[in-house]
Design a protein around this ligand. Structure first.
Ligand code: HEM
Ligand SMILES: N[C@@H](CC(=O)c1ccccc1NC=O)C(=O)O
Length: 259
């Protein structure tokens, strides 16, 4: 006999936990929006990471159709999270200033899932660990992602399975370097104009999507706090501008002038 309580909408979705997790630190009306927006971001980051794990698996298996479907889902989620910046931009600079001090030194620098996403996309930068205590779960997850093949490495493996001459990178813990050999292969992939070429375009879409997010974030920062320094200790917008143009797939960008 099953004597556990009947499943309900509320229990299945753990809504007591989710809806009990908004704890503003001030009485300012807008702080609720600030919290909810960030929580929604973190949920979507979780889904994107989940989906990219699947995409990497399908790429390694040479499964174009399912890798492509997974990427399409990631790209669609990315559109949603970029679009929701509009919602946060309904908050004025003075409304944000009303509770900003209550954020202390907390900042987006501490978004472990965002750093994990960057690592899956190939970022290999020990600097990010500064914000995560040694031995913490978050630090371990980011370090793990940095020591696994990146999406770019999975794409290279996929091209190999498809019969293209792509060497395995000797150390996936190192950042990708632009490669003349890979670029020559990509020209063939595009000339063949089959499934792999379609995936190339989706990966370019992914790079563009991440760049769109960074651009919209920095513009939101500029309109909300101007050139104030960040709560996380950076110069703020000036720092964020330096992060705008680091592609995950440099070779896919490098070949565009030859297509
Ligand atoms: C009023 C809204 C926001 C402002 C003023 C703002 C401001 C900033 C600033 C100044 C930084 C640099 C770190 C620092 O020194 O503090 C930063 C970083 C960051 N923020 Fe925001 N932010 C806002 C909303 C968001 C939202 C909604 C997200 C979504 C998760 C987010 C995610 C991040 C991430 C991931 C970083 C690290 C970026 C990197 O190092 O490349 N921020 N933010
Ligand atoms: N870094 C922002 C504060 C901020 O936006 C923030 C603070 C706590 C948790 C998440 C945040 N969002 C992204 O940086 C600032 O300097 O105003």
């Amino acid at each position: 006999m099953n004597d556990s309580p009947a499943l309900t909408y509320t229990s299945y979705l753990a809504l007591d936990e989710v809806l009990g997790a908004q704890r503003p630190r001030s009485d300012e009306h807008d702080e609720m929006l600030f919290i909810v927006i960030h929580q929604v971001y973190e949920l979507w980051f979780k889904q994107i990471l989940h989906e990219l794990g699947y995409v990497q698996d399908r790429l390694a298996a040479g499964d174009t159709a399912h890798a492509s479907r997974g990427l399409r889902r990631v790209l669609t989620v990315l559109k949603v999270v970029v679009a929701q910046i509009d919602v946060l931009e309904t908050m004025t600079p003075s409304q944000f200033a009303g509770f900003r001090a209550r954020l202390d030194a907390a900042s987006g620098f501490e978004s472990a899932q965002f750093r994990e996403l960057e690592a899956v996309l190939g970022r290999r930068d020990e600097q990010v660990f500064r914000h995560y205590p040694e031995g913490s779960e978050a630090r371990r997850r980011i370090a793990d992602a940095m020591s696994r093949p990146s999406l770019c490495d999975s794409f290279r493996a996929y091209l190999r399975v498809c019969g293209y001459p792509v060497l395995e990178r000797s150390d996936v813990r190192q950042p990708v370097q632009p490669s003349a050999e890979l670029q020559a292969t990509l020209l063939r992939v595009y000339a063949d104009d089959a499934g792999p070429a379609l995936l190339c375009e989706q990966l370019v879409d992914l790079d563009e999507g991440m760049q769109e997010w960074r651009y919209r974030h920095v513009q939101m920062v500029r309109r909300t706090i101007g050139d104030k320094a960040g709560t996380g200790g950076s110069s703020g917008a000036a720092y964020l501008r330096t992060t705008l143009f680091t592609p995950a797939f440099p070779d896919l960008w490098a070949v565009r002038s030859k297509l």
